[in-house]
Design a protein around this ligand. Structure first.
Ligand code: FES
Ligand SMILES: [Fe+2]
Length: 396
């Protein structure tokens, strides 16, 4: 067993003990110290929304992809963040680099829909418009019709860099500024938790996207509690989990939630020595916008489902990028076992986003109505809003 497996197993055992104690107590859950009230304007105010978009989505490290999305030198992806497009790639030395997805000539997209698919890999980034080409460090290396340009102009042309770094299999970028990313500082006490997840070898198997008519924070709220499982998801995941029983671990702006699988009820009143091996599965939030549901499929087979939520063009629009990664089993075996799971169309997603769109309709009226009440039993929802308000610098 690897060091990471041992750490995950130990973590799963200790959190299971907390959940069984909650079930034994009649269905208690980890609680915040008090309720929280959120006025509707926290979601609807256009100035607040613009400040969040700028502070959080331009100024905070965001997860662009996992390491195995770009395993080899020359591999690249395009990461769309609010109104920017970032080209994220691995250079000849295996380092992650990122650039605006914009040619230095006349601003064409370097990688995008259409064009020759061969232009999307290899040691050169070739613009599909007039063929300017760049090496993997962003240097301009070939210009058809060079005589049309002043040599000094060409000397200064290169791709615009975006700060990027990789930690424990996760590739982060930050849209604004050129100081290097300080990921240990960004992650704080969550850093060892991320290391334990060991995402370095997780291979992508599926990706999709959902555009919804709701606010980005309303969407994140739905991932941050199990209080709604038995009602909203009665016919989907409500069958597998006990509603409103969860272990919450706070890591500043980031957090971990572990929900109580129904099978844990069988352990109440039994000796811990007789319990089967704990299965690791948890919901991890990496501030400001990423939810990872990570867990074991089998003894050495694992999955991660990643949900990244972004503001859209208005406070009432958002985008969620869904991706699934696996390790310990082949993509073929995974597909044979689970089919082509598309999180953007799953029952749970449809149920959650229908509610999230309804909440937005109710809030986005002239009369903003009474405050929303976030219960003591919804500590992760509270932690998320507190972190947003702290970082943006706009209290209620
Ligand atoms: S815009 Fe890229 S080569 Fe012209
Ligand atoms: Fe849900």
């Amino acid at each position: 067993m690897t060091m990471f497996q041992k750490a995950r197993r130990a973590q799963a055992q200790s959190v299971r003990k907390r959940l069984v104690a909650h079930i034994a107590a009649g269905g208690t859950t980890d609680l915040a110290s008090s309720e929280m009230r959120l006025p509707a304007h926290c979601y609807t105010d256009p100035a607040r929304w613009a400040a969040e978009r700028q502070t959080l989505f331009d100024g905070v490290p965001l997860i662009a992809c996992l390491a195995q999305d770009i395993p080899h030198p020359g591999d690249r992806i395009v990461f769309e963040v609010a109104d920017h497009e970032v080209l994220v790639l691995r250079d000849e030395k295996g380092q992650v680099r990122a650039f605006r997805n914009r040619c230095a000539h006349r601003a064409a997209r370097l990688v995008g829909a259409g064009g020759d698919p061969d232009l999307r890999r290899g040691q050169r980034i070739v613009c599909p418009f007039h063929g300017w080409s760049y090496d993997l460090s962003g240097r301009l290396v070939n210009i058809p019709g060079r005589a049309g340009f002043d040599p000094e102009t060409l000397e200064n042309c290169r791709l615009s860099p975006v700060v990027a770094a990789e930690q424990d299999g996760v590739v982060f970028v930050r849209m604004r500024g050129n100081e290097p990313l300080d990921l240990p500082m960004h992650l704080g006490s969550f850093a060892p938790v991320l290391a334990t997840l060991n995402l370095t070898a997780m291979v992508p198997v599926q990706a999709s996207r959902l555009d919804a008519r709701t606010n980005w924070k309303i969407a994140i709220d739905t991932y941050a509690e199990s209080y709604h499982f038995g009602v909203l998801h009665a016919r989907s995941i409500g069958n597998a989990y006990i509603s409103n029983v969860a272990a919450f671990d706070d890591h500043g702006a980031h957090w971990v939630l572990t929900f109580a699988e129904r099978a844990l009820a069988d352990l109440v009143g039994t000796s811990e020595q007789e319990w089967p091996e704990a299965r690791h599965v948890g919901t991890y939030f990496i501030f400001p916008n990423t939810v990872l549901v990570a867990g074991d499929i089998g003894p050495s087979e694992r999955f991660v489902r990643m949900f990244r939520i972004f503001p859209g063009d208005t406070p009432g629009e958002m985008v969620c990028l869904f991706s699934v990664y696996i390790s310990g089993l082949s993509v073929e075996n995974y597909k044979a076992k689970f089919g082509t799971i598309d999180d953007s169309k799953s029952d749970v997603t449809v149920e959650d986003y229908e509610v999230a769109e309804g909440i937005w309709s109710n809030l986005a009226t002239k009369d903003e109505g009474p405050d929303l009440i976030v219960g003591r039993n919804e500590p992760a929802v509270q932690a998320f809003h507190r972190a947003v308000m702290d970082v943006v610098g706009l209290p209620i």
